[in-house]
Structure formats: structure tokens, C-alpha cells
Design a protein around this ligand. Structure first.
Ligand SMILES: *[C@@H]1O[C@H](CO)[C@@H](O)[C@H](O)[C@H]1NC(C)=O
Ligand SMILES: *[C@@H]1O[C@H](CO)[C@@H](O)[C@H](O)[C@H]1NC(C)=O
Ligand SMILES: *[C@@H]1O[C@H](CO)[C@@H](O)[C@H](O)[C@H]1NC(C)=O
Ligand SMILES: *[C@@H]1O[C@H](CO)[C@@H](O)[C@H](O)[C@H]1NC(C)=O
Ligand SMILES: *[C@@H]1O[C@H](CO)[C@@H](O)[C@H](O)[C@H]1NC(C)=O
Ligand SMILES: *[C@@H]1O[C@H](CO)[C@@H](O)[C@H](O)[C@H]1NC(C)=O
Ligand SMILES: *[C@@H]1O[C@H](CO)[C@@H](O)[C@H](O)[C@H]1NC(C)=O
Length: 492
């Protein structure tokens, strides 16, 4: 392979920078180690369910106060943070409350708990917001009665939802969102008939909200961001890390960068079940900036992240002038080894090429997607990466149209070891230009490295302008440099 490295000087070529209306403010997310009953096949009483949830509320109260003392204006708690995970429709029921719609005439469940019956949890959440003088975003189970005349009303006479609820610093109930895109295992929940577009306004900006699996689909998130110009998204989630491409910090940071939004992501902190990684992510002009915790140690407890988000965006009118070879993307690299090889990641069959030279130009295609990398690294004999392309419908669990260009570290030195999760790499990527000719503008760029033995995302030192550009090295050993594209228009 011929060495064809384009040396790219970026800084001096940036013509102008402008700041778009992405808000700056101080916020917090809490990764919570939820207390829940050991035997989830047991049907508990409402009283017992409340007792368990109150233990979690007590932790929320402390953390909301702590966040407020540290100057945060808003705090986000994770999905299922009050009751835990792994339910069926009956065992989940004692944890639920009816959540009435938000009305113009505000309801304050702390000062007026009697206004709606059986709303102990809502009242506690409202009080802890009021007590700590902070906006609180939490997630809880909702039980919404329906009439037998409603043809889709379930046999048990109510709908069950995963609900995000938001309280103002005086305790007023200001927003309610029912999760629209359910995980395949959430068969104890009902999918709302219509997508719920929920926003709320604070003195420091307008916010939208979604939960967990919503991040993979068009509605409500793309409607909020591109239909309504919302650039702050509060995101309670229960995200099981799925490396090498869908680690929580990895994919959530990529999403914030791809959409140029502030993303406030609170995950459960239960590493023994695969849940960890919470953070605040915001665009930094070049790439992503973030403050996050990614503690995979099973002995780790809850994690509070408090930070002032200072987003800035380079608009499309500004030019990063790049050599033409890299701006127009796909070069005509002649391919002499025709035989395609594949690896499987998440049930998606990627067309790949093995990468073992310390520098080079390499391209791989699947269907109409071609992914090309020019790179310079400190790879040595025995080190192995793959470059891969996937263009088609993801079919496992949920179904959606995925286009992805990936450049990932293999665990060992054989093809069979590629695509498996690893957190070990000592290979420095000095320069790279990584492009794909996606059919969608919705491309989420992620850069994950081994940072002294723990996984971390790389912030601010690389660039994303339709392609990933690394000009001055990354910190940490490269694990994954990928662009996850979602062509929502081709979803099944
Ligand atoms: C849920 O589990 C409980 C206890 O294991 C069982 O009694 C109940 O029938 C189950 N409900 C559903 C809807 O599967
Ligand atoms: C609350 O429940 C009590 C007892 O069942 C009932 O008398 C009252 O009307 C209910 N209040 C509201 C607001 O629904
Ligand atoms: C979104 O922002 C753009 C550019 O600032 C503006 O032209 C458009 O009217 C806005 N749309 C909405 C729904 O606010
Ligand atoms: C996490 O929560 C569980 C259940 O309450 C508890 O047994 C465990 O000790 C907690 N872990 C840490 C590190 O706090
Ligand atoms: C990253 O964020 C921190 C905290 O807001 C800020 O101090 C720092 O200047 C930011 N860096 C860049 C390059 O935007
Ligand atoms: C991407 O580039 C390849 C190679 O040049 C080309 O065959 C393919 O049609 C392109 N795809 C799109 C969507 O333009
Ligand atoms: C990685 O490479 C860059 C550019 O050559 C260099 O500045 C940086 O110090 C290197 N980092 C490590 C950990 O070797």
C-alpha cells in the first residue's frame, strides 16, 4: 500500500467563528445505584413499593441539595432510578402513579399533595426540587387509566409508561413525557399512541426531553432539535454499555456532537448489570466537550457530575478549508483484493478490511456506503485494527436503518478477535481523516480511547466537519473512531 498522508493544518485556515444559540449554564446529572427489591418476581404491596422508592428518594434529596450547593440550576436523574429494572406488567404496577397532564394553572404537588390522589412520589420529587431550589428531572412509572370504550385500552384498564417528570425550583410540576420508543424487553409498558413532544422553559433556555432508547429514533428527538430549534435535551436513561460502538459515554457524546446540542445524560450506576456512564456533553466548535463519569467498577456507588457547559459552534458559513482530497471524501483507491470479509457487531454484518500498517489510505464499502481513512499511527507488528462499513437495516432488538463507518481496535491479532469489546489499547493515532459518503446528514461521530486503563471519550482535540479529522494526536490508546449514521427516512 502506498503511503498517501495528507498533512492537514486546520487552525490558521478557520475563516471565522460564530456562536449559535446553544445555551450556557451550570447543570448536574446523577448516576444512581438504585435500591430495589431482590426478588422481582414477587408482587409487592403499594406500601412496600413506596418504602423502597423512598430510599431512593432520600438519595435524590441529598444529591439535589449537593448539586444546588455546587451552583447547578438543574439536575437530571436516570430512568428507572426510583424502582429499578427487570419487571413484568403485574410486578411493575405497585410502583406506578397516575401522572396528570401539565396545565396552565400550575400544580404544586409539594404544597398541594391532596389535589391528586395517590401521588406520594410526585409530591416527594416536587418537595425535593423546592427544598434544594433547583429544577429536577426524574423518571418514574406512570399508570394512566383508560376507558373500556377505548379499543386499545389494555385488559387491566390502564396504560403503563416510563415517564419523565420535571419540577421547577418552587416545586411546580412543569413537564411530563411518556417514552415513545421502548426497548424490546419493555413488554410491561405501552407505546403511547402519539409521540409526545414535551418542552419546558427555564430562565437559562428551552429544553426538550426523551428517555433511553428514544435516542435511536426520529421521534421525538429530531422533531425537537430540527423542528423546534431545541438545543438542550434532558435525558434520563437506563443504558447497558455495548462496546465497541455503543458505550454510554461513547454514543451519547457522539449524539450531542452530531446534532450540536447540549445533552444531559443520567444513566443508572449499576456496573454489575452493565449500566454506567453519565455525563454532560456540549459542542465545542471543533468537536465535543464534556464532563462525565464512566466508572465500571462494580464497587462504585452513585456519581454526581456538575459542570458549566460552555458550548460554541462553528456554523456552516464558516469554512474549514481542507485539501480537496479530503473534502470530497471518497477517493478512487484501486482495490485488488476483491474478496469481501465480514465481522458481526450487534448482529450487523460489517464489510471490513484488516488494518496492520502504521500508516496508509484504506477504503471499505458496503451497498452505497464507502468509508475511507487516511491515517498515521504508532502501530507496531502484531497490532490489529479493522475499518468497516455497514449500510442496511439493523434487525436485532429494535429495527432501524443504520449506516456506519468504523475504525476499531481488535482484541488480539486475528480477524476473529475484531468487533469484540476491549478496553485495552496503547496505540496512539497521530493523524487521521475519516470520511464516509452517507445518504443521511444524521451522522454521530465517536472517539473512544484507553486512558490509563479506563475508557474515556476524547474531547476538544479532534474535529468533526462531516468527517473526523485528527491532526495533533489523540490522548489515550485508540479503541474506536466511528461515525454512526442514521437514515431515518429509510426506517422499516
Ligand atoms: C408477572 O410475574 C408474577 C410473579 O412471578 C406472575 O404472578 C404474573 O402472572 C406475571 N405477570 C405477567 C403479566 O406475566
Ligand atoms: C381522593 O380519594 C378519596 C377517597 O377515595 C375521595 O373521597 C376523593 O374525592 C379523592 N380526591 C380526588 C381529588 O380525586
Ligand atoms: C429555528 O431557527 C431558524 C434559524 O435561526 C429560524 O429560521 C426558524 O424560524 C426557527 N424555527 C423555529 C420553529 O423556531
Ligand atoms: C448499590 O446498591 C445496592 C443495593 O442497595 C447495595 O447493596 C450496594 O452496596 C450498592 N453499591 C455501592 C457501591 O454503593
Ligand atoms: C471545555 O469545558 C470546560 C468547562 O466548561 C471549559 O473550561 C473549557 O474551556 C472547555 N474547552 C473547550 C476547548 O471548549
Ligand atoms: C459512495 O462512493 C462509492 C465509490 O465512489 C460510489 O460507488 C457510491 O455510489 C457512493 N454512494 C453514494 C450514496 O453516493
Ligand atoms: C500521540 O501523538 C501525538 C502526535 O504525534 C503526540 O503529540 C502525543 O504526545 C502522542 N501521545 C502519546 C501518548 O504518545
Amino acid at each position: 500500500m502506498l503511503p498517501m498522508i495528507y498533512i492537514i493544518y486546520l487552525g490558521p485556515l478557520l475563516v471565522s467563528t460564530s456562536v449559535l444559540a446553544v445555551d450556557t449554564y451550570r447543570a448536574a446529572v446523577y448516576g444512581h445505584n438504585v435500591t430495589f427489591i431482590a426478588d422481582r418476581s414477587e408482587i409487592v404491596s403499594r406500601k412496600e413499593a413506596l418504602k423502597v422508592m423512598m430510599k431512593n428518594i432520600a438519595v435524590y434529596r441529598q444529591q439535589a441539595l449537593k448539586a444546588s450547593k455546587m451552583g447547578a440550576k438543574l439536575v437530571v436523574f436516570p430512568e428507572y432510578g426510583l424502582c429499578g429494572v427487570e419487571w413484568n406488567r403485574t410486578t411493575f404496577e405497585p410502583y406506578l402513579e397516575e401522572i396528570v397532564p401539565v396545565t396552565v394553572e400550575r400544580w404544586n404537588p409539594c404544597t398541594h399533595p391532596e389535589k391528586v390522589n395517590n401521588t406520594e412520589i410526585q409530591s416527594e420529587l416536587s418537595c425535593l426540587a423546592r427544598n434544594a431550589d433547583i429544577y429536577v428531572v426524574a423518571n418514574m412509572g406512570a399508570r394512566q387509566p383508560c376507558s373500556p370504550t377505548d379499543p386499545s385500552c389494555p385488559d387491566d384498564g390502564h396504560y403503563q409508561h416510563s415517564a419523565n417528570v420535571v419540577y421547577a425550583p418552587n416545586g411546580d410540576f412543569i413537564a411530563r413525557y411518556f417514552k415513545y420508543n421502548l426497548y424490546w424487553y419493555e413488554n410491561y409498558l405501552d407505546k403511547p399512541k402519539q409521540v409526545d413532544i414535551t418542552t419546558f422553559t427555564t430562565p437559562f433556555g428551552r429544553f426538550g426531553t426523551m428517555a433511553s432508547n428514544d435516542i435511536l429514533f426520529h421521534d421525538p428527538i429530531i422533531q425537537l432539535v430540527h423542528g423546534m430549534n431545541i438545543t438542550n435535551i434532558v435525558y434520563p436513561n437506563s443504558w447497558i454499555n455495548n462496546l465497541p460502538l455503543y458505550g454510554a459515554i461513547e454514543f451519547h457524546s457522539a449524539f450531542a456532537e452530531g446534532l450540536l446540542i447540549n445533552l444531559l445524560s443520567a444513566n443508572l450506576q449499576m456496573p454489575s448489570k452493565g449500566y454506567y456512564g453519565s455525563g454532560l456533553y456540549w459542542p465545542s466548535g471543533t468537536s465535543i466537550n464534556a464532563s462525565y463519569k464512566n466508572d465500571a467498577d462494580p464497587r462504585s456507588g452513585g456519581v454526581l457530575v456538575v459542570e458549566t457547559m460552555t458550548p460554541f459552534i462553528v456554523t456552516n458559513e464558516d469554512h474549514w478549508s481542507l485539501p480537496s482530497q479530503t473534502t470530497n471524501g471518497i477517493t478512487n483507491i484501486h482495490d485488488d483484493d476483491d474478496e469481501d470479509i465480514y465481522i458481526d457487531i450487534n448482529g450487523d454484518k460489517y464489510t471490513i478490511k484488516l488494518v496492520f500498517d502504521s500508516y496508509g489510505d484504506i477504503q471499505v464499502c458496503q451497498n452505497t456506503l464507502c468509508c475511507s481513512a487516511s491515517y498515521e499511527s504508532q502501530m507496531e507488528r502484531g497490532d490489529l485494527f479493522v475499518i468497516g462499513a455497514f449500510d442496511g437495516i439493523h434487525n436485532i432488538g429494535e429495527r432501524y436503518y443504520l449506516q456506519a463507518c468504523i475504525f476499531i481496535k481488535c482484541v488480539g491479532d486475528t480477524k476473529l478477535s475484531c468487533g469484540l469489546p476491549t478496553s485495552k489499547s496503547r496505540i496512539n493515532m497521530s493523524k487521521m481523516s475519516f470520511v464516509g459518503n452517507f445518504t443521511t446528514p444524521y451522522v454521530y461521530p465517536e472517539v473512544l480511547t484507553d486512558q490509563d486503563g479506563s475508557l474515556g471519550i476524547v474531547t476538544t482535540v479532534w474535529l468533526y466537519q462531516g468527517s473526523i479529522i485528527i491532526d495533533a494526536g489523540l490522548y489515550g490508546g485508540t479503541i474506536a473512531i466511528s461515525m454512526i449514521g442514521r437514515d431515518y427516512s429509510r426506517d422499516p
